[in-house]
Write a protein of this length. Structure first.
Length: 137
């Protein structure tokens, strides 16, 4: 199963973004294009189209965490506008489950792993509600 992670930067151009996700590692596994367990995720088209650079890219399938961050390159990158493709996640279902979720860590979750988008030095994330999806098997 493939999931695209993006953001809508229609109102405020975004200069950097970070996505911290949690999943149940007994049910799901992040995989690469070959179907092998992955240590990273695929950056979205934003990184080539807008001249962004990956700042953090790590998958821990044993703890069920994805840490991905990026931003525009100094002098050559541009702020993201419109609907921006940030990353592509590929999952394998390891065992049957009624449902399971992949959740974004938000500011409400506390700690350092906070999903957000910034314009300049200002957080413009908005509401993260509805960014949880369920897998049914």
């Amino acid at each position: 199963m493939e999931v695209a992670v993006g953001f809508d930067a229609a109102a405020t151009p975004v200069a950097a973004a970070q996505a911290y996700l949690n999943f149940d590692p007994t049910v799901l596994q992040v995989i690469d294009d070959r179907g092998d367990p992955a240590a990273t995720v695929n950056p979205g088209q934003l990184f080539a189209a807008a001249g962004w650079q990956v700042l953090q890219n790590a998958v821990d399938n044993s703890s069920g965490q994805i840490n991905f961050a990026g931003g525009k390159k100094p002098q050559t990158g541009t702020d993201a506008t419109g609907d921006s493709g940030f990353a592509t996640l590929k999952f394998r279902v390891l065992q049957p489950a009624d449902s399971t979720s992949v959740n974004f860590n938000s500011a409400d979750s506390g700690g350092l792993r906070q999903t957000k988008a910034v314009s300049g030095f200002q957080d413009v994330t908005g509401n993260l509600e509805g960014l949880t999806f369920s897998i049914r098997r």
